[in-house]
Design a binder for this molecule. Structure first.
Ligand code: BES
Ligand code: ZN
Length: 459
């Protein structure tokens, strides 16, 4: 049970909590866009200032890229230390014309706040900040030490944070890492996520003639790079949804019967799911259910294609070059470097004469699974049950948080992934949103989590 003083303060603070979120969401902190760098830094400053003004001790840690914001409350002997991790950077907002209201002008409609970063991740990480600030505002000591690490490069792979982890290990030392950057299983069905997929990203370039050619004068005499690129991509997946890179499945662990059963026991309807996405039918690897395909099987995807004339009307050319942005989702045990090598080999082997194929790997990270029997899990279950009014389910998710597996290894800490978002929050898409009710109950769940974790013995 949450202390009544904190409980009523959380209710009093609701408007302020929303105003804070609006301010933060106004900052267009798109980490993949070099021209947005000052905004990315401003978003870091905003959260550093918020933590400082709430009474936390804050450190601004420079990296080779965007700064890290670290903050902590005073140590509490004898109980676990929690580290909240989240990110202040966001994905690009394009295509802008598909937003009903501007991506960086937060708008509240039907109980949702709409803006890029609303659910991923500003709204979610802010829940933990607000719960701690509320606690401090009561003048009572927090029952455990909470540390915050909010970074600005999660959406571009967290390479700089990863590089600094060894030197930060003492600063970040903790027993449990708490991350809210995922979703509930369904509306009003809270979930604890014990597994995430990894990722490997690439750019594939197919180059042909020195420059674009008139397709009348030269068409038929040279290989079209656009066609060559499409054929290469098409060759990478068969009609059963099996990925063709040599050795791609070598390290994929089969799901246990128990885990398959656990997934099958969750309420899921393929027809409703397809309808909600606007597709006529689902597609995926033969022999697996939708939840298995999304959470525990590796994938290959095209994220973007660029080739030739994109403007209005017709332009009859053979383009000089065609490029594809590609990504694979990986499951735990798959090694991103091995996958990158297999993918490059495959495209080089299949590259036809007449074009040049190059593969440029971009960021990558392995997948993760966490234990499900820890006392921290039990504390999280109690916190979610109290704040949401029903027991959480255990799930895996298909997205990636590049640093989590590194946290497990470097900090030897358990990870608790507590998602307050919804699957239809439009993360990475136009009209991203976060339900204010989920924001407020995320804050309450976080407050209960601190009191539950504070009851545990250290270690
Ligand atoms: N919040 C997501 C991760 C996520 C998505 C967890 C869906 C659970 C379900 C995170 O911010 C994200 O989008 N990560 C990127 C990482 C990548 C760009 C390196 C992702 O998964 O695409
Ligand atoms: Zn995120």
């Amino acid at each position: 049970m949450l202390d009544p003083a904190i409980d009523s303060l959380l209710t009093q603070r609701q408007q302020q909590d929303v105003d804070d979120l609006i301010q933060w969401l106004r900052i267009p902190s798109v980490s993949s866009d070099p021209t947005a760098q000052p905004h990315v830094e401003a978003a870091g400053r905003w959260v550093a200032d918020r933590l400082r003004s709430g009474g936390l001790h804050v450190q601004w840690i420079e990296t080779a890229g965007n700064p890290l914001v670290f903050a902590q409350t005073p140590p509490v002997p004898g109980v676990p230390v929690a580290l909240v991790y989240g990110h202040y950077d966001v994905q690009p907002a394009e295509p802008l014309e598909l937003w009903e209201t501007a991506a960086f002008e937060p708008d509240i409609r039907n109980g949702n706040i709409y803006a890029r970063g609303a659910t991923d991740d500003k709204g979610q990480v802010l829940t933990h900040i607000q719960s701690v600030l509320a606690w401090l505002q009561t003048g009572r000591p927090l029952p455990l030490q909470v540390k915050f690490l909010i970074e600005g490069e999660e959406e571009v792979g967290s390479a700089n944070l990863e590089r600094m982890l060894p030197e930060l290990a003492d600063t970040l030392a903790c027993d449990v890492v708490v991350i809210s950057d995922s979703s509930q299983f369904a509306p009003n069905q809270p979930a604890i996520t014990y597994g995430l997929r990894g990722i490997a990203t690439f750019e594939l370039t197919v180059s042909g003639p020195r420059q674009d050619l008139h397709s009348g004068s030269f068409g038929g005499a040279v290989l079209n790079p656009g066609i060559a690129l499409c054929k290469l991509i098409a060759a990478a997946v068969d009609d059963q949804g099996r990925i063709q890179f040599p050795g791609f499945y070598d390290d994929v662990q089969p799901l246990t019967d128990q885990e398959r059963q656990q997934f099958a026991d969750l309420p899921h309807d393929d027809v409703a799911f397809a309808t909600s996405l606007g597709v006529r039918a689902l597609f995926g690897e033969t022999g697996f259910t939708t939840l298995e395909r999304k959470w525990a099987r590796p994938t290959f995807d095209v994220n973007g294609l660029t080739c030739g004339h994109q403007g209005a009307g017709v332009k009859t050319i053979i383009p000089a070059v065609a490029t594809a942005k590609l990504s694979c989702r990986l499951v735990p045990q798959q090694d991103p470097d091995k996958i990158a090598a297999a993918l490059e080999d495959f495209f080089q082997q299949h590259g036809p004469a007449g074009v040049q194929v190059t593969v440029k790997p971009d960021h990558a990270a392995p997948g993760m699974v966490s234990g499900i029997d820890s006392p921290y899990m039990a504390a999280a279950k109690a916190a979610l049950a109290e704040a949401f009014g029903c027991q959480p389910v255990l799930i895996r998710e298909g997205g990636s948080i590049p640093i989590v597996q590194k946290f497990q290894a470097a900090l030897k800490a358990d990870c608790l992934l507590l998602g307050w978002g919804l699957n239809d929050d439009n993360a990475h898409s136009p009209n991203e949103k976060f339900a204010l009710a989920d924001y407020h109950r995320g804050i309450r769940a976080s407050a209960v989590l601190w009191s539950e974790l504070g009851k545990l013995q250290h270690g």
